[in-house]
Design a protein around this ligand. Structure first.
Ligand SMILES: Nc1ncnc2c1ncn2[C@@H]1O[C@H](COP(=O)(O)OP(=O)(O)OP(=O)(O)O)[C@@H](O)[C@H]1O
Length: 222
């Protein structure tokens, strides 16, 4: 779950990126986050990952007030959050397997455990037969699925996606969305930031709309 309780974020530049924002996302929910460029979407995701800290209010993730997480606890917190980017950010000089395994290696998972988790994640996104391939040899949609496998390999409770379908055509976007839906049904809280209004309108999910750092629709439990 993700809860924002009257959260404001002012950057050192004096810019107010979020203003008194309250929202609640249940476990197993899939929610879209939208709004104009500069509305505060990335800032909201950064607060959840503790890449930035709020100026006021409380951010609670999986029942934990993030203000109480410090030092080494931050890396541990991030292990519970999978992140999918628009441009995949894959390493093209490594195999698909290595790309998915890398964050697990960094997090200190045991080798045997890593093999199991990487193959389970590749299986979920339908790419088990491509584990030895180089990402460059894959289509755009397949590369995005490798990015999703990498994000879920540590079995995070929260999945954040920043424009995950930005470079994909409608059919591939629908495939990617079906994967996100499957993860939410399996108990993962999924939050997808996107400008893709066509995609959003086709789907029956709650939409959080930000305008100048404030929520104009969809906060839930307000
Ligand atoms: N590190 C920073 N320092 C100062 N201002 C920032 C910083 N990061 C973001 N901002 C400002 O905060 C506001 C919100 O930015 P944010 O990146 O969260 O918006 P966004 O909705 O993600 O935009 P986009 O859709 O273009 O990615 C913007 O006015 C931006 O210029």
């Amino acid at each position: 779950m993700i809860e924002f309780d009257r959260v404001s974020k002012r950057y050192d530049s004096g810019r107010d990126a979020l203003r008194e924002l309250s929202l609640f996302v249940e476990p197993e929910e899939l929610v879209f986050l939208t709004g104009h460029s500069g509305a505060g979407k990335s800032t909201l995701l950064k607060l959840i990952m503790i890449m930035e800290r709020q100026t006021r209010g409380r951010v609670i993730v999986n029942g934990k007030d993030l203000q109480s997480i410090k030092g080494g606890g931050i890396a541990k917190h991030r292990q519970d959050i999978g992140v999918v980017f628009q441009d995949h950010q894959l390493l093209y000089d490594r195999s698909v397997y290595d790309n998915v395994a890398l964050p697990l290696l960094i997090s200190g998972f045991e080798h045997r455990d890593i093999g199991r988790r990487v193959r389970a994640a590749l299986d979920k996104v339908g790419l088990l037969d491509k584990e030895k391939s180089n990402p460059e040899a894959l289509s755009g949609g397949e590369q995005q699925r490798v990015g999703i496998a990498r994000a879920v390999a540590s079995r995070p409770k929260i999945l954040l996606a920043d424009e995950p379908t930005g470079n994909l055509d409608p059919a591939l976007s629908a495939e990617i969305m079906a994967l996100f839906r499957a993860f939410s049904r399996a108990g993962v809280t999924v939050l997808i930031a996107t400008h893709d209004l066509a995609l959003i309108s086709r789907m029956q999910h709650r939409i959080l709309t930000l305008k100048d750092g404030a929520l104009v629709t969809g906060g839930g439990r307000e």
